[in-house]
Design a protein around this ligand. Sequence first.
Ligand SMILES: [Mg+2]
Length: 300
Amino acid sequence: MKIVIIDDSPDALALAKARLTKECDDIFCANCGKDGLKMVREEIPDLILLDVDMPDISGFDICRTLKNDDDLHTIPIIFLSGTCGQQDKVKGLDIGAVDFVTKPFDAFELRARVRVALRTKHLHDLLSLHAQLDPLTELFNRRAMSERLEREWARAERHDKVISFAMLDLDHFKKINDTFGHSVGDRVLQNVAKTLISQCRKIDLPVRYGGEEFAIVIPDEAAEQAAKMVERLRDHIANTPLITGDTSVTITASFGVADSTDRPSIKAMIEAADMAMYQAKQNGRNRVEAALHLEPVAKN
Ligand SMILES: [Mg+2]
């Protein structure tokens, strides 16, 4: 758990930090609004203690900025103020703070309020993680993938980078369900998920796309390189049978890869990967196909 304290008074900062070291090892301090916002963006803390009265940006304005930011709006904020009346307290809570502590604060009360806020944040994080996971494979689900893809796409555009997207569909999966039953089918899906988790890089995001389809968001790689990475996954899946009793169940997967270069949207990239996967099925399954870019028209 990480806390950022933003207060223009050095004494108040030092005191709050000293009072909270028991609750939290990771405490960062900023002595103006501008630095505070920068610090919050860099550290993504679990809680912000925010002074209301600061010369450069008021605590209320910082709170509004954070609550309008898709990446930061869930971080709880506790206002600190020495001068606020009841109306200001109501205002602070209405614009999104979880609590209000009056300076000079009582150390025990401050700690207790910080504990409550951190506890609630932890539960919120757990719930939001569960909402993003596929329960069978424990991979992220398609909804989580969409959010991540949008972030990665925007990041790639900002920094002039490329991202790739891989789709994979298990070959003849229905036959496994029909032959061995659904519980073995489920374990085959879990087995494939394990391979994806263990073989992908940390920055890649493997997801359960639906049914027997999986997908991988591959940042910073063009389709040619991504296809090579994915080829290792294909090989690994084909050579990692599920052992159940005396039976060994082998599965293979067909992959399609596309990247963001010259594609107008995420949707276009996904469709290109989907088409490439269809091509892999057409070309005999258990193989990887990369979507090619259109050749520039030759001038004569
Ligand atoms: Mg102040």
